[in-house]
Design a binder for this molecule. Structure first.
Ligand SMILES: Cc1ncc(COP(=O)(O)O)c(C=O)c1O
Length: 298
């Protein structure tokens, strides 16, 4: 599935550093850390019904990621919220919007890897676009040869901009004609797909991979809570490919695409042998939550 340019996004205003600029002027310096080393952290957020969904959870993860990478002069949540609301209001965006919020280590005084060269504070970028959920109703996956990072190399709990291993998995999926690449962990257990978390359902129980080699997604946590609050059995454990191939239902979760059914993995159709319709139930509850909760755009 290839996203298309939405003409509504042609004239958007983007927040870069400390001001709103036109799309064509929305740029960072060649000395910025994100250009030099992918040295940045980010969050994808959605706006529903005049509210930013799970804003505090996203800001907490952003702050934790920036702290783990030892950024200095990290803007406060208040500063980020102010810039976010300013951007949404300036674009008259109150629904059907996706925001990519990026915080880089900032500009360097000269090119180089050393973070001591960063002496100008972080760069804040708020890119809000008109964007409905990006996936089709149901998608296909292939297993990628690229492993998802294990904490031994780079902790997948840090939501950083070094996305190359996920991008390589997506390229493999593109070449295979699939929608996304399923990534295994260092031991061969399923970690997540290249930009989304993954769940499978067998009989009356929902399973998801342990958050050891995947981003602990905010949508993933919401789904786990929905299960707990609605008497749906939920288990987090190491899961092998066979458990996904032979599941009754498989689905992916993420802010960008919400909850998306998977109907085929590596050429194996996902066949619902037991007749439960648990995914539909969880999707219905999720959709209600998105409509009724969030932080008002002030
Ligand atoms: C690698 C990866 N996995 C999963 C997710 C889904 O996370 P969330 O539900 O917080 O959007 C993302 C979202 O950015 C991601 O980049």
């Amino acid at each position: 599935m290839l996203q298309k340019m939405n003409p509504k996004n042609k004239d958007i205003l983007v927040f870069v550093n400390d001001k709103l600029v036109k799309r064509e002027d929305a740029k960072v310096s060649v000395f910025d850390s994100v250009v030099q080393g992918g040295d940045a952290v980010w969050e994808g957020l959605r706006v529903y019904n005049g509210k930013v969904f799970c804003l505090d959870e996203h800001l907490e993860r952003l702050q934790n990621s920036a702290h783990a990478l030892c950024f200095s002069d990290i803007p406060s949540n208040e500063t980020i919220k102010k810039a976010l609301f300013q951007t949404l209001k300036a674009n008259d965006m109150y629904d059907g919007v996706h925001v990519r919020l990026t915080l880089t280590r900032g500009e360097k005084i000269t090119s180089g890897m050393d973070p001591r060269l960063n002496q100008m504070g972080c760069t804040l970028i708020i890119l809000a676009e008109w964007k409905p959920p990006v996936y089709n109703k149901s998608i296909t996956l292939i297993t990628s040869s690229v492993r998802r990072n294990n904490p031994m190399f780079l902790d997948s709990k840090i939501h950083h901009n070094n996305l190359l291993n996920n991008i390589l998995a997506k390229i493999e999926a593109n070449h295979a004609g699939a929608d996304a690449g399923l990534m295994l962990d260092i031991n061969g257990f399923v970690a997540e797909a290249n930009g989304v978390n993954i769940f499978c359902i067998r009989k009356d129980t929902v399973y998801t991979s342990l958050p050891d080699a995947c981003l602990p997604g905010i949508t993933r946590s919401l789904v786990i809570n929905i299960c707990k609050e609605n008497n749906i059995k939920i288990v987090e454990k190491n899961l092998s490919l066979l458990e996904f191939y032979t599941a009754d239902e498989v689905f992916c979760t993420g802010t960008m695409g919400e909850l998306t059914k998977v109907h085929e993995i590596d050429g194996r159709k996902i066949i619902n042998k037991n007749g439960y319709k648990i995914l539909e139930k969880i999707q219905g509850i999720y959709s209600k939550i998105t409509k009724n909760s969030g932080v008002d755009i002030q």
